[in-house]
Design a protein. Structure first.
Length: 81
């Protein structure tokens, strides 16, 4: 327990499995939340940057609304059977 008390606020240590715990204050300040997917990239010696993963599917979902007439896709799918 004394090891925890001797740590600097906001500092963490890399585990033997190459894992780290990111302080909650840093996550909140970055606007990251539980369940967010992030991408890690090196940005020079001793620096790793985490960025929220760009979800291409969410960006384009629903953009083709109205491109097909009613039941047109169902008719096309029936051709495959």
């Amino acid at each position: 327990m004394s090891e925890v008390r001797n740590r600097r606020r906001g500092a963490t240590r890399i585990s033997s499995k190459h894992q780290i715990t990111i302080p909650a204050d840093a996550l909140r300040a970055a606007g990251l939340e539980i369940g967010d997917r992030v991408v890690a990239r090196a940005d020079g010696a001793g620096r790793v940057v985490l960025e929220r993963e760009h979800d291409i599917l969410a960006e384009f979902a629903g953009t083709m609304t109205g491109a097909y007439t009613a039941n047109e896709l169902d008719d096309l799918r029936q051709e495959w059977v």
